[in-house]
Design a protein around this ligand. Sequence first.
Ligand SMILES: Nc1ncnc2c1ncn2[C@@H]1O[C@H](COP(=O)(O)OP(=O)(O)O)[C@@H](O)[C@H]1O
Ligand SMILES: [Mg+2]
Length: 587
Amino acid sequence: MTALVEVLPYIRRHRARFLAGAACIAVEATVSALAPLVVKFAVDALRSRATWGTITAYAGALLAVALVAAFFHYLQRMLVYDAARSVEAGLRHDLYARLVRQPPAWFDAFPTGDVLSRFTNDLRVVQMALGPGARHALGTLATLVLAVAFMLWIDPLLTLMALLPLPAVSLVVKLMGQRIHRRSEEAQAALANVTTAVQENLAGLRVVRAHGREEAERIRFRGHSETYVSANLRLIRIQAFLSPALTLLLGLSFLILLWLGGRRVATGAITLGDFVAFTMYLGMVSWPMIAFGWIANLFQRAAAAMGRLNRVLLAEAAIDDQAADPAARITRGTIAFRDVMFRYGPDRPPVLDRFTIEIPAGTTLGITGPTGGGKTTIARLIARLYEPDTGRIEIDGRPIAEYPLAVLRAAIGFAPQEPFLFSETLAANLAFGQDGEPSANGGRGQLEIEDAAAIAGLADDVAEFPAGYDTMIGERGITLSGGQKQRAALARALLVEPKILILDDAFSSVDTETEERILERLRAFMADRTTILISHRASTLRAADRIVVLDDGRIVESGSPNDLAAADGFYAALRRRQRLEAEIERA
Ligand SMILES: Nc1ncnc2c1ncn2[C@@H]1O[C@H](COP(=O)(O)OP(=O)(O)O)[C@@H](O)[C@H]1O
Ligand SMILES: [Mg+2]
């Protein structure tokens, strides 16, 4: 339950509405508790031959009670639900704000499905506790206190006897409620499997067909479907048991009332009006007994959900501006790694081990080597997406942690091998990095979207798109080819006009000729910038001032393209292979 403490500040923000709602609940409960009294006096009046006028007066009183209660019911519901939804919105917003700041390492440890279920299920449960939960808790408590008070006033002994079976109602609801919840979670999970199976089959339609897996998939799907049905049956079995069990227990109360109460009326200890009112109060009390079990479960679940939300809400961003000098700016773009050791997790092997390199400002460093050698990791470390375990990374002679993240990242243009484009227009996608911190490093805004697209070799493609740069990309628009995506990502990186340009295998889906034309155009752009060119093509790497071959986190070859070509190592082999391939293609 302590996890729920974290929700208090959000409640406090909307406390006026919560308090007003509580006041309305109290008024509604009080007014409603008067109804049986009116009936009592009406019944007693009937026995002593009431006039038409008195009966009308009692009927009018009942109507007034009902109207006032209905009005306050409306008010309290509006107020409390409104406030609960506002708390939920605040939580959701903070959750999102926290997520967009977490570094990638955080998400490596936090599966996407997990994060999504926090956004949906956990938030909903907390909202349920604060809205319906809080409303019913207060309403039933008020009703219970008032009804029992009136019952005691009418007949203390009868009250005790009639209420005897009722705590069992709360207990049954509480215990069965837990079981029902557990089974409904199982049914939910089974349904999720069914949905995932359908979704994956739609997404992987071509793969399923190509491998002739339709029948196998159908059988697998039937398995999921059957699990879902049996989970639901288990749920229905217990749900079906709950309602008769409650009816039985409540019936017991009324049995006691009829039996004992009837005798009290017969002996004249209470009036018939008392008896009728008593029956109505007992009816009012049975709902709270059911509600308390339900509310207890709801708050327990809300506490668990809030505990999970807190793991996101209270997570410190591991990479932040703590050590930054707000005035620090990147003006040249010299990069240095000094004895850097890095691993993706404490129990993983080091990707880089005592890695040292110096990249002078304005030069181009080519990096190549076998897959998994650590090339991408180097790019990520420069952008401070991850932080080294030991050693230092410096830009312009200062550790990168001394630059505000906004400054550091505005200085880096990063074109990844597998770019991500949003469901937006092409123009919005290309301009994605621009609205961050316009002049963090001074001098920005020379390059137009069209220029960047032209350099990146995307302009001709755009001319063919239905709406040019305003064409929608993604599920709601056109699908770009792998090469088009890579060139779009390159244009996006160029538009940042960065001091440091990192091309991480950014041409892998672009054919060699197109790539060479792009590199030709890029030359002017790269002239006064530091470039890191990661590639598996000898022809690409030729554009570098210096090439390093990275294998298993260590530099195994290093030198100018000409030096390496003569050295008969990885690069020379790469070069020979590419020549051979070109010759075969020509033949
Ligand atoms: N997010 C990650 N979590 C855990 N391990 C990773 C992650 N990204 C890369 N690795 C591992 O780090 C090593 C280096 O990967 P990477 O830098 O991508 O190599 P390259 O770009 O040279 O192919 C590989 O063994 C890879 O499996
Ligand atoms: Mg890579």
